[in-house]
Structure formats: C-alpha cells, structure tokens
Design a binder for this molecule. Structure first.
Ligand code: ARG
Ligand code: ZN
Ligand code: CA
Length: 249
C-alpha cells in the first residue's frame, strides 16, 4: 500500500485560434479524467475482462490545479496565452516563451501540462523522469481533451497516457517486438494495438488471456483503454519514495 500523492498541476494553453483556446471548464474536465483514471473510479473500469480485473490499480496518485504561483500569488492553475505559431512539433518549442510557447513552472514542484495544436497527427508526448527541468512535463493536442474533436481520441486518455510516461511508464509492448515494459504483471505483447480489439488477443505466447490492450499505455482508442496495472502503479509510486525522482511534487 502507498500513501496518496496529490500533484499540483499548471496547464499552459497556447492558442492562435479561439478553438484552440480551450475553456477552463474543459481543462477541469481533463483533470477530472486524470483523477478518475488514476484512482480506478473511471466508469468504464467495469469493462475490464475478469481475467485482468484483479490486476487493475487504484494508483493513489491524484492531480489538482495549482492554487499558488511559484512566487506565492493566487492562481487557478490555468494559463491562456496567445501565440503566432500555427502548429507545434515534439521539439519542445511550446515550453519556451522565446519560441512562442510558455516557460515551465518549477518542474520539481508542479506537473506542467501544455495544451496546444500539435501537428503531424501527434496526440501528445511526454518527458520521462530525470530529464531537464526546463522541458519536464507533458504536451497534449488541444482537441484530445474530453469532448474535443479528435475522435476516437477525445476522452482525455491522451493525457492519462502521457502522464503515465511522465511517471516512468513505458509502452506496454516495450517498443519492440514482444518487448519488455519493465512491469511484470503486464503480459508481454507483440506490438501496439489500435482501435478496439476483442478479448482475448493472444500474441508472444501470452495466452490464454493475451494482450492487456485495454491498458492506458497501449495505443487503443480512448473508449477502449481503461486500466493501469498494479505493477505499473508500483513503478509510478516508487518515484515518490525517499530518493525518488519526483519526490518534491
Ligand atoms: N502516440 C502518443 C504517445 O505515444 C499518444 C497515444 C495516446 N492514445 C490514446 N488513445 N489517446 O505518447
Ligand atoms: Zn506513448
Ligand atoms: Ca510486462
């Protein structure tokens, strides 16, 4: 068992058009999805196949929009900033005010989430623990927020997936054929899954239950991913133990 951790979050909304300027309510809806998914209070947890239900985790990690700025001022934890940039890539420009983005708040104290118009079909990207504080955090496509237009990726699970990376989780297929994700209770699987597979999907001799394709760290549709495993939860929570990489949050 692990003590609950609540991570202060600052959301940087970078927009050129009014559509890209997502509302505070939509940002809060995204925080709500994160909290449900990480606590296993997501309503679709009921869809987890019985064979995997015992492995599904309440991670005890929670998220709250920041109430104080780094200098102690009042804030609602959401920054809306206009930009001339029409579309962003994974080159971290969105995290830099000098490049039309917005600088990170102290990443040892806050989870920084940038919401912007990512190009090239990119839904999101994240930085693993241990990297530069100036680029630490996650970036998500504005239309991937709950109720956005990026169907079938518009239920806020892109942020869930990216925060999984931010908390040290690898893709469930280990980014290799029958690769290793460094988590023992997630079955080894051949590659990423897309869409909404039918259970069981056996690969890499992982029968009878097959791939855990409903895991947030796969590439399935938002409506078809609804669990972290206990092993993934342990890996994330290790970051908050003494000496862990995210202990200051
Ligand atoms: N492709 C992205 C990544 O590797 C995000 C995938 C998110 N999937 C989803 N169903 N929202 O980080
Ligand atoms: Zn990923
Ligand atoms: Ca595994």
């Amino acid at each position: 068992t692990t003590a609950a951790v609540t991570i202060p979050v600052v959301v940087h909304v970078l927009y050129r058009t009014s559509t890209e300027n997502v509302s505070d309510a939509q940002v809060q809806a995204q925080i709500d999805v994160l909290n449900q998914d990480f606590a296993k209070t997501n309503t679709d947890a009921s869809l987890i196949p019985a064979a995997f239900a015992g492995l599904a985790a309440n991670t005890n990690v929670q998220f709250a929009l920041a109430k104080r700025t780094p200098t102690g001022g009042a804030t609602n934890g959401i920054i809306h900033k206009v930009t001339k940039v029409t579309s962003w890539s994974s080159n971290d420009a969105v995290k830099n005010s000098k490049r039309g983005g917005d600088d990170a708040w102290d990443a040892t104290k806050y989870l920084n989430i940038w919401v912007c118009n990512l190009g090239q079909g990119l839904l999101g990207y994240a930085q693993f623990p241990g990297g530069s504080t100036t680029t630490d955090g996650v970036v998500v496509l504005y239309s991937s927020l709950p109720g956005g237009s990026a169907a079938p990726y518009n239920k806020g699970r892109t942020a869930t997936h990216e925060v999984g990376h931010y908390l040290n989780l690898r893709h469930i297929w280990g980014d290799a054929s029958c690769g290793n994700d460094l988590v023992s209770d997630t079955p080894t699987q051949q590659t990423s899954n897309y869409g909404c597979p039918t259970f069981p999907k056996v690969t890499c001799s992982n029968g009878p239950n097959g791939d855990m394709f409903m895991n947030y760290m796969d590439y399935t549709d938002d409506a078809c991913m609804y669990m972290f495993s206990n092993g993934q939860s342990s890996r994330m929570n290790a970051l908050f133990a003494t000496g862990g990489a995210r202990v200051g949050l």
